[in-house]
Each structure stands twice: as structure tokens, then as C-alpha cells.
Design a protein around this ligand. Structure first.
Ligand code: ARG
Ligand code: ZN
Length: 890
């Protein structure tokens, strides 16, 4: 059944309070649920329909009187009670089987401990309820369990009572003072230990912070705790938002579908986003943990205190909270004002957006930031809702500045604290706080697809005027049918003009009295508009969409020389990087076309020279130089072709890498030496930048026809590494070198890595992922290695992290091997989708999406992909996977 935004209706009943009692037993947990219910005065009268799934109904009573079987009907989707008073107490007893719950939604067991995941609709797998986000209530939760097996019993809010029970059992009673929707409920029970800190927040109140993990992981909790403390401080400083509970808990679990979950006061995290020390986690892991801890903490206000009216509004909390975590990470990188350091984070974020969200927006799953319909809401936790949603929020800040954005946030909380609201409510708060009409801005929430802005410029020497004409549209690939509100967008377009010496020109728009700044945000509101700059003394070079001020594709015909000039001179660090990417993309697409035509490959010397200048420019940070020297990904390049050809893209990119390796060999060797980080490991952004650049140098050296230098350096680095960044990078380089030098080159390190980290599941995930993403050689395609690893004793389909480390790494991060012409990758994909479908539909649906872009590929691949999709369509059962397959084939 399709659920539509337009069909929203207020709930027929409201819940004033709920008390839940759990008797936790893996095979049969009994839940007693007592609710104070009343009719919603603002809704039409209806019978009581409670949602429930995979539950065993035991009994129900109204105001203490057990209902006869005729008065209550338990069915596949819940419980129906025909005649109820206007206000009453309903007590329901039900049972569920957490030990057999492989979906990891609802209540489940992982490593012998109990956990919950309720967002979006998991609570109905725990008890019968009005499981929708606009029904908010206060929760009291009593947990009872065997004391030896489950010494720790946690739920949301404050611990108000605990004690022993007969038969070796004990109990804990928790009370959450804040009203919340059911998706924010959580419980945890098991053998866990905590790192604790006590801090004082702005109001002077003392707060208890805990990071709960299994005992052997306690040595990997410090960074998560530091990230939590930094998040609490940051939200007070930047947004005036204080932690509202006396206690804030983070719990790590190794079986988890997503990254983490913001349950009120009891965040539950995938271990991947909590556990880190220098031996086990890379610099990237450290950064991701900081970002995700921040993200979940920031939800306490943007998501929990103010939540979503319905799931179509998901971006209200997710887009906003991603924006907040991006700003937090940027501030942690470089402070609020170091633009070059902040740009490193911005480039990372835009890279993800363009590589993944733009693709999503051009495929069968394209949807607006605020979707109009869905079949399974779990399929809409997408890059569009999260990352494009964050860009939409960022545009308010670009339009109104940090202070104006803060005014909008303040008004949003003043109006809506404690409510379940919509994206319109957020937009209206931003508009009213800044005295602006933002009606047109709603189109960012209602139009699917990636907008294109094409740019024409003209310089008139006589009048010293420079005009910039911007026109917007969706191009031919527009998913026009999905647009509900047609018409132009309000696009904040940041622009600078650069003179012949590479300096920014002070900008004066026609009609203005004087020049004002060197970067201006012009507002494109019409389909086409011309902006004229005056007092422009020479023909300038435009720097367009600085800092990526809107999630659009800019079309402008720069020459190669102009791009090289921008790469060398643009004062906007984002656009400096962008110029290099445009230059490389152009060259690589030309190379791919020659590869397809079987023509000899050549690479422009001036492009090599442009990259060489950036690489050796010591005024630039190592982190920035690393980003600039990474060529656009194969996925991004394939996406730019009229018909995607992964083999041609791979050949082109490898050719270019070899060319850069050879031409800059001495530079790479020198960089490798100069950016070593001897001594104690430091997880700072600066040290991480040195490691990134050094390891990039090593990776380029491995591309040489004779990779002997790289192999020698990588072996030494592997052996002496005092941190996972360097160890994993060395292993990756040995695997890459083995394409030319034979598999034996990497085998020793590969075996050592496994033995050394056998007890560290997150590191063993890396071991699987490195092998699944390797290049492969003529004699041994990677699919064979992957199939062998599927039978490895450490592999399990039931653990999502492990499944992702091997299967997703191959199907989604190794395009040249996955898209092998013989269809072997697709056959493997189909087998795994079907196997996962029976265990864990959410994870299966994610894997299904690896083939959704099938229509974009060359005819031979397209045909094989369609066959695989059709085969899967006849075998899968879950609503999750069916929605994806059906949309892909439609
Ligand atoms: N709200 C969580 C977060 O972004 C994600 C939960 C997603 N859950 C799901 N079943 N899709 O922090
Ligand atoms: Zn979130």
C-alpha cells in the first residue's frame, strides 16, 4: 500500500501517559502496557486502532476490566477495539521473541544483551501502540530480568528506583520527564560497563555522562566521551541549547542496522561509531565518531524536543541535524573562522552529496526532500532527506548569515518546543525571524531532481561592466512527473571575480553606491536573470557557486587554462578544489571515451603541471593537497557519462593515476618522507592531514610499473605503524601493488593483520572490506576472492557491519569488478539480496539499491542487470525490498 503525504489525518486518540513493564527473557518477553487514553477533540470519532507487528496478544483490559474476546480483535497489523469510552485506562499484555528477531527492529538480542531500535516503526514490534510521531506522551518503564545475566538495566530519562526480586531477578524503574513519540523509546539490558564523566552545563547543573560498552571495549571509549562533551559545549555556544536531562547515556551495540539512534537520554550506537583507539581506528573513524556522536546529541533539541508530525517531515529533523553536525565538525577542524581548514570538511560533505545524492536524484528512487509518498518508510532514510536536506538548511544560513539563522532557530524553539511539526513550520520560523517571505523557498522541499544553473558572461570594456546571466532548470533528465510545485527555485549563488593577477576584485553591483566585499551571494529567483557588476577594469575570471552555496550543477565553459588558473589562485578554498576536479573530470571523461573506442590513451602535460603545482605548494595544508590530488571517483565519473561504462572509467582513471605517479615520482617520494609523523600518535586534524598526504603519496607510488619502492616503504610502514591509519593504508597499498607484482606481495601482511586483530570485530571488518575493494588481476577476479571469503569462519550475514564489509564493499564500492561483463557480480548480488531479505529486510533493501541505476549503463550490462532484478523480484518477500525492485523495474 502506498502512504501519501496528502492523506495526513490527526490521530483519533491521544495518550496522556504510558507505563511499560518488561519481563525480559530472550525467547519470550512479556510486556505489560498501561496507557491513559482519550479521544482527540480535534479529530473525527473512530474506533481504537493500535498498531502492532510480530506480537502475540495475551489480554486487554479497560479501566481494570478484562475485555472479552468479542470486544477486541488482534490481527496482522495490530489491535482493534470497537467500543471505548471517551477517556480510559487501557492495559494490554503481549509477548514477543527478541532472541529470534533478526530484523534488528523492535526488541532484539545481540551478543546476549537486549537492545531496541524503534525508529521509524519498530515500537509496534514491542507493544500495541499509536506508533506515530505526532502522538507524544510521558513514559515510565520498569525492567525486570535475571540479575546475573543482565546486571545493567537502562531506559530513557531518570532512574527512580531499583532493587532485587525473588529467584535471582532484579528490577529498575525509569521515568522520562519529557513527552516523546514512541520512536524515541529505548531499553538496554545486559552485561555492560561504562566510562563516566560528570560535567556542569551552562546553568550550573551537574550532569552524568556515560558511554556503555562490553567490558573488553572500555579502552576504546575515550574519544566518544570527548566528542560528547565537545558536542554539549558546542550546542550551548552556537545555539544556546543546553542538555535538559540529569543523565545522558550512549550505548554501543555490534548488531545495528544504521549508524546510531537518538533515543531520549539513551542514544544507541553501532559500535563502529563509538569504539576507537589508535591501534584499531583510522583518522577517518575518529572523525566519523565525532560527527555521529554530535549528530545524535544535537537531535536532543532538533528531533526530540521538537519532533516530526509525520514521516514525510523526516528531513525537518535529519536535514537540520546533519547541517548542525557538519558545522560542529567544521568548527572542531578549524574553529569558526579558519576558512581553509573548514573547507576540508565542506569538500568531504559535497563529495558525498555529488557522488551519491545526485545519483539518487537521477534514478528511480528520486524524491523531494519532503517526499510525497512511500511504501516502506525505512527506504526513505536517504541521501536526499539527509544530505540534500542539510544543504537546504544551509541555504537559510547562506541567505541570512549565522546571526539570522540563529534568530530563526530561536523562534522555531519558542514556537514549537514540545510539539510535532512540519518542514513548513521551520521555514516559517526562518522567514518570520528575518522578515522575509520564503514562500518560493518551499520548492526546495517539493521538487525532486538536481537543478542545473547555466552561466553566461559578457564583459564590456568601454563601460567596464561585467554581466553574469544565470538560468535554471532540470535539464533533460528531470523527473518532471515528481514535481508537485513547478516553477523556479530561490537559489543563493555565491560569486567572486578574479583579476589577471589572481586577486579578488571588490564587487559593486549595478545600482549600488560602492563596492562591498569580494564574495557576493546573488539570489536567483527567476528562470533567467542577469546580474551586472560595474567598475570592472579588466575581463575577470568568475569563481562560481563559492563554497557550494546551493545543491546544484553549474554549467559554464571554462577553458583548461582557466581551470588551472583557478586551481592556483581562487581565494575560495572550495572552488580551488572544485577547479581541479573539473579539470580532472574533463580529462578523465575524454580518456574514457578513447578507451571505449580502443584508441591510445594520452594525458595533457599542462594538467599534470597544474596538479604538480598544488602538490608542492607549501602554503596549502597537507589535508587540502590530499583532497586536491585525489581524482574524481569511478562512481562519479560513470555518472557523468551518457551511458555508464565502469570498465572504461576504470581504465581511464588508472591510466591517469599511473601518469601522475610517473611524472611526479620524485615529488611523491619527497612528500612521503616529509610528511611522516614520527613519535606518539596524535589524532589532531593537522597530524591526520600529514598522514593522509603521505599515504596518498604511497598509493601513487604503487601505481608505477615497477612498484618496488612502494612495496618496500609499505612493508616498513606496516611493520612499524603505531596507528591504524598507517597500518591499514600500508596494507591497501600492498594489495594494490599485488595487481602488478603478484598476490604474494600482500599475503604476509594480510595474514598478520587478521591474527593481530582477530578479537576486534571492527578491524576484521576492515580486513574484509580491503579485500573486497581491491583491484584484482587478470588471473584472479575479485568475485572469486569475495566468494571464498563468504565461507570464512569470521563471516556472518546476520551482522550488518560484517555483511556491509564484504558484500556492500564489493557491490557498491568496487564498480569495475562488480560490473564484470560476464554478469558474475550481478548473480552474486541477487543471491545475497534474497538471503538477506529473509533475515533483515532493511539491510537487504540497501543492498538492492546497488542495481537501481541499471538503465544508465551500456546495453550489455543493462540487459544483465535487468535479468538479475527480475530474478530477485520473483523471490523476495519483504515490503522493503519489493518497493526498491518494483521502482527500479517500473
Ligand atoms: N534517526 C537516526 C539518525 O539519523 C537514524 C534512524 C534510522 N532508522 C531506520 N530504521 N531507518 O540519527
Ligand atoms: Zn539523525
Amino acid at each position: 500500500a502506498v502512504i501519501r503525504r496528502a492523506d495526513y489525518a490527526a490521530p483519533a486518540f491521544l495518550i496522556d501517559s504510558v507505563s511499560l513493564e518488561f519481563d525480559l527473557v530472550p525467547e519470550r518477553t512479556i510486556v505489560t502496557n498501561t496507557m491513559r487514553l482519550r479521544r482527540n477533540p480535534d479529530a473525527a470519532a473512530a474506533r481504537l486502532e493500535l498498531m502492532g507487528e510480530a506480537l502475540e496478544f495475551v489480554s486487554a483490559a479497560i479501566d481494570g476490566k478484562t475485555l472479552p474476546a468479542s470486544a477486541v480483535r488482534a490481527h496482522e497489523h495490530g489491535l482493534t477495539i470497537e467500543d471505548v469510552p471517551d477517556a480510559f485506562t487501557l492495559t494490554i499484555e503481549s509477548a514477543c521473541n527478541p532472541g529470534a528477531n533478526t530484523t534488528l527492529s523492535g526488541l532484539y538480542v545481540s551478543s546476549g544483551n537486549f537492545f531496541t531500535q524503534c525508529e521509524a516503526e519498530g515500537f509496534r514490534r514491542i507493544t500495541y501502540f499509536l506508533d506515530r510521531p505526532d502522538v507524544m506522551t510521558t513514559f515510565t518503564v520498569t525492567l525486570r530480568a535475571d540479575k546475573t545475566a543482565y546486571p545493567v538495566l537502562l531506559s530513557n530519562g531518570n532512574l527512580i528506583e531499583q532493587g532485587d526480586l525473588p529467584d535471582g531477578r532484579h528490577f529498575a524503574k525509569w521515568e522520562d520527564p519529557f513527552k516523546k513519540p514512541s520512536y524515541l523509546f529505548a531499553l538496554v539490558a545486559g552485561k555492560l560497563v561504562a566510562l563516566e564523566e560528570r560535567i556542569r552545563t551552562g546553568s550550573g547543573k551537574e550532569k552524568l555522562l556515560q558511554v556503555w560498552v562490553e567490558p573488553h571495549d572500555l579502552d576504546k571509549t575515550r574519544h566518544a566521551m570527548d566528542s560528547l562533551i565537545n558536542s554539549i559545549r558546542w550546542d550551548e555556544e552556537r545555539f544556546g541549547l543546553e542538555l535538559d536531562l540529569d543523565r545522558f547515556m550512549i550505548v554501543a551495540v555490534s548488531d545495528f542496522n544504521m549508524g546510531a539512534m537518538e533515543n531520549k537520554g539513551l542514544n544507541i550506537f553501532n559500535t563502529k561509531y563509538v569504539l576507537a583507539n589508535q591501534e584499531t581506528a583510522t583518522d577517518t573513524d575518529f572523525g566519523n565518531i565525532e560527527a555521529v556522536v554530535g549528530h545524535e546529541y544535537f537531535h536532543n533539541w532538533t528531533g526530540n524536543r521538537v519532533t516530526c508530525r509525520d514521516w514525510f517531515q523526516l528531513s525537518l529533523k535529519e536535514g537540520l541535524t546533519v547541517f548542525r553536525d557538519q558545522e560542529f565538525s567544521a568548527d572542531m577542524q578549524g574553529g569558526a573562522t579558519d576558512e581553509a581548514a573548514r573547507a576540508v570538511k565542506r569538500i568531504d560533505d559535497v563529495r558525498v552529496l555529488r557522488q551519491m545524492q545526485f545519483a539518487e536524484d537521477a534514478g528511480p528512487m528520486a524524491h523531494p526532500v519532503r517526499p510525497e509518498s512511500y511504501v516502506e518508510i525505512n527506504n526513505f532514510y536517504t541521501l536526499t532527506v539527509y544530505e540534500k536536506g542539510a544543504e537546504v538548511v544551509r541555504m537559510y544560513q547562506t541567505l541570512f548569515g549565522r546571526d539570522g539563522f540563529r534568530r530563526g532557530m530561536d523562534l522555531y524553539f519558542k514556537r514549537h518546543d514540545g510539539q510535532a511539526v512540519t518542514c513548513d513550520d521551520f521555514r516559517n520560523a526562518m522567514a518570520d525571524a528575518n522578515g522575509r517571505d520564503l514562500a518560493q523557498f518551499e520548492r526546495w522541499y517539493s521538487q525532486a531532481g538536481t537543478p542545473r544553473v547555466s552561466v553566461r558572461t559578457a564583459y564590456d570594456a568601454a563601460s567596464q561592466r561585467y554581466s553574469v546571466t544565470l538560468s535554471q532548470g532540470y535539464g533533460e533528465a528531470a523527473p518532471a512527473a515528481r514535481e508537485t510545485q513547478k516553477g523556479p527555485l530561490l537559489i543563493p549563488f555565491a560569486i567572486g571575480l578574479i583579476d589577471r593577477a589572481g586577486r579578488d576584485i571588490p564587487l559593486r553591483l549595478e545600482g549600488e553606491a560602492a563596492a562591498n566585499g569580494t564574495t557576493r551571494v546573488i539570489e536567483l529567483t527567476e528562470q533567467e536573470q542577469t546580474f551586472t557588476f560595474v567598475d570592472v577594469k579588466e575581463p575577470p575570471l568568475p569563481s562560481l557557486l563559492r563554497n557550494f552555496s546551493a545543491p546544484v550543477i553549474v554549467e559554464y565553459d571554462y577553458t583548461n587554462d582557466e581551470l588551472a588558473f583557478l586551481l592556483a589562485h581562487d581565494s575560495d578554498p572550495f572552488n580551488r578544489w572544485e577547479a581541479g576536479q573539473r579539470l580532472a573530470t574533463r580529462e578523465l571523461l575524454a580518456l574514457a571515451a578513447r578507451a571505449q573506442a580502443g584508441e591510445p590513451l594520452t594525458f595533457d602535460d599542462s594538467t599534470v603541471a597544474a596538479f604538480s603545482r598544488v602538490l608542492t605548494d607549501e602554503t596549502l595544508s597537507p589535508a587540502f593537497r590530499e583532497l586536491a590530488l585525489v581524482l574524481p571517483s569511478e562512481a562519479y565519473l560513470a555518472e557523468q557519462m551518457a551511458e555508464a561504462d565502469p570498465a572504461a572509467v576504470h581504465a581511464a582513471r588508472q591510466f591517469a593515476r599511473k601518469r601522475l605517479a610517473r611524472a611526479l615520482k620524485n615529488e611523491w617520494l619527497a612528500i612521503y618522507e616529509r610528511h611522516a609523523t614520527p613519535g606518539a600518535y596524535e589524532p589532531t586534524p593537522q597530524a591526520a592531514g600529514h598522514r593522509a598526504l603521505k599515504n596518498l603519496a604511497l598509493a601513487y607510488l604503487a601505481e608505477l610499473d615497477d612498484p618496488a619502492d612502494a612495496v618496500r616503504l609499505a612493508n616498513a610502514q606496516y611493520e612499524h605503524a603505531n596507528n591504524m591509519t598507517d597500518r591499514a593504508a600500508a596494507l591497501a597499498v600492498l594489495l594494490a601493488a599485488s595487481a602488478a607484482a603478484g598476490a604474494g606481495v600482500a599475503q604476509g601482511a594480510l595474514d598478520d593483520f587478521y591474527r593481530r586483530f582477530e578479537q576486534e570485530p571492527l578491524v576484521i571488518d576492515k580486513w574484509f572490506a580491503l579485500q573486497a575493494t581491491q583491484r584484482g588481476s587478470a588471473g584472479r577476479p575479485v568475485i572469486e576472492i569475495v566468494r571464498t571469503l563468504m565461507a570464512h569462519p569470521a563471516f556472518s550475514l546476520r551482522n550488518p557491519n560484517r555483511a556491509r564489509s564484504l558484500i556492500f564493499s564489493f557491490c557498491a564500492a568496487n564498480p569495475a569488478q562488480f560490473h564484470a561483463a560476464d554478469g558474475s557480480g550481478y548473480a552474486f548480488w541477487a543471491e545475497q539480496v534474497v538471503a538477506l531479505d529473509a533475515l533483515n529486510p532493511q539491510v537487504a533493501a540497501r543492498l538492492t539499491r546497488s542495481l537501481e541505476m541499471w538503465r544508465r549503463y551500456t546495453p550489455a550490462l543493462r540487459e544483465r542487470m535487468r535479468e538479475a532484478l527480475e530474478r530477485v523480484a520473483t523471490q523476495v518477500k519483504s515490503r522493503d525490498v519489493r518497493e526498491i525492485v518494483e521502482k527500479a523495474l517500473a
